[in-house]
Structure formats: structure tokens, C-alpha cells
Design a protein. Structure first.
Length: 234
């Protein structure tokens, strides 16, 4: 069974949101004096601000920094069929600089305004952190802070994207690089303990899932999401 990373497709047809909070201090807050890692953690609620560009809300919303929100319909469907997900509240703010212009012109970009009238949103909380099978995974420790203990890892062999300059188009062209057979992230099935959606302890920023979750989302044609093949469950 394969492991997939849920990812932002950067589809600009859909409205984009930026993360505005909330955080709580850890170990006194601030940053580590040795490695500058933030001594904070994300807490509820998820606070977002809509960016200019579109008024169409996708089924998945990607505010950044490990955070993910979905529409209520999607949340109910995922929780009905899969383990490892819980719902959190979403709040929205609008800075004064983003107030609605007095009149629209050809230069006015569409934007979701408050009061919000779209579908109810839920944050996707994934609290299970599954350890890697270090013997099979092609991941290695890059550095470990001797003060706060923060560890940074790198992974090779997973599916990814690369952007190459096309001199004819005069633009960056995005190309998918497929996973290398036998490489990537490997986790033990016993550690999943019924969790279909999870994070990997060594790469906590990524939300992972197994084949049935990916197929479920794709078969229902949920919007504004893509997947990268990361490895396998053994």
C-alpha cells in the first residue's frame, strides 16, 4: 500500500488564504538561540485572511505552514470513511487595507469579503505522528540542535516537482518527477493503528494518507488538491 502526501496544487482559479494564527508559546516562546527554531505551536482556532485573486472556494484550502482547511461537506465525508482526522474551527479576519473599494475597475482583483457567505469551513487536524522504518526509508538526519533538540531530515526518491526555465515560452515549466522505485518513506502498518491520514514523525509538516483516501478524494472530484507518491506501508 502506497503513501501519498496531500499537497497544494497552486490552482489560482480558487481563492487563496493566508495563515494569521493562532499560536501558543512552547518552552518560554521566542526562538531557539542556537538554531532559530520557533518555540511555538499551532493551536485552535485556525485564523485566515483571504487573498485577492478569486472568489471561488475549493474543497481544500491551503493557508500554509502545515495548515489545511476543507469545506464542511468534505470534512463530514472524510470523517465518515477514514480514521486520523478531527475537525477544528476556522475564523476569518480582514485587515483594513483590504477593505472593499468604492468602485470596481479593470484593475480590481476579485476577493472574498467579510461577512463571509461561503460554505462553512473546518480545519483538518492530524494528530498521529508515525515513525519511519529507518532501515528501508531513504531519509537521513541533516542536523540536530544541541540546545532545543530540533532535528531536520532530508528525503530522496519521493515524487516531486521541478521547475525548469523554457527559453521558447520564456517561463518556468513545472514537471513532475516520479518516485524512484524502492525509495522514499516507509512506515510499519502496525504503527498506523487504523489511521488512514497521518503525519510522519520525522517530517511533521506533511499530511500523509494511504491509497484508499487518495482514491476516495479523486473519485469524488474534490477540488484544489493534488498528491505526491512518498513511499509505502510495510
Amino acid at each position: 500500500m502506497r503513501i501519498w502526501r496531500l499537497a497544494d496544487p497552486f490552482d489560482h482559479r480558487f481563492a487563496e488564504a493566508s495563515l494569521r494564527g493562532a499560536w501558543a508559546p512552547v518552552n518560554g516562546g521566542g526562538v531557539c538561540p542556537a538554531c532559530s527554531s520557533a518555540r511555538t505551536k499551532r493551536v485552535e482556532p485556525l485564523i485566515i485572511e483571504w487573498e485577492a485573486g478569486s472568489v471561488f472556494i475549493g474543497d481544500f484550502i491551503w493557508p500554509g505552514l502545515n495548515s489545511l482547511a476543507v469545506t464542511e461537506a468534505v470534512m463530514f465525508k472524510l470523517q465518515e470513511h477514514f480514521g486520523g482526522i478531527r475537525s477544528g474551527p476556522v475564523q476569518m479576519i480582514e485587515e483594513p487595507k483590504a477593505t472593499k473599494p468604492r468602485r470596481n475597475t479593470s484593475l480590481t482583483k476579485p476577493r472574498i469579503r467579510l461577512p463571509y457567505e461561503g460554505p462553512k469551513l473546518h480545519e483538518v487536524w492530524v494528530d498521529s505522528f508515525i515513525p519511519l522504518d529507518n532501515h528501508r526509508s531513504t531519509a537521513h538526519l541533516v542536523r540536530e540542535c544541541q540546545v532545543c533538540g530540533t532535528r531536520s531530515y532530508e528525503i530522496t526518491g519521493t515524487e516531486d516537482e521541478e521547475r525548469i526555465w523554457n527559453p521558447i515560452m520564456k517561463d518556468l515549466v513545472t514537471t513532475r518527477v516520479p518516485r524512484t522505485n524502492g525509495q522514499g518513506l516507509f512506515v510499519n502498518n502496525a504503527h498506523l493503528n487504523g489511521k488512514d491520514v497521518f503525519r510522519v514523525a520525522e517530517f511533521p509538516a506533511w499530511i500523509m494518507c494511504i491509497d484508499p483516501v487518495k482514491e476516495f478524494i479523486q473519485n469524488r472530484q474534490f477540488t484544489n488538491i493534488t498528491f505526491f507518491e512518498m513511499g509505502e506501508v510495510t
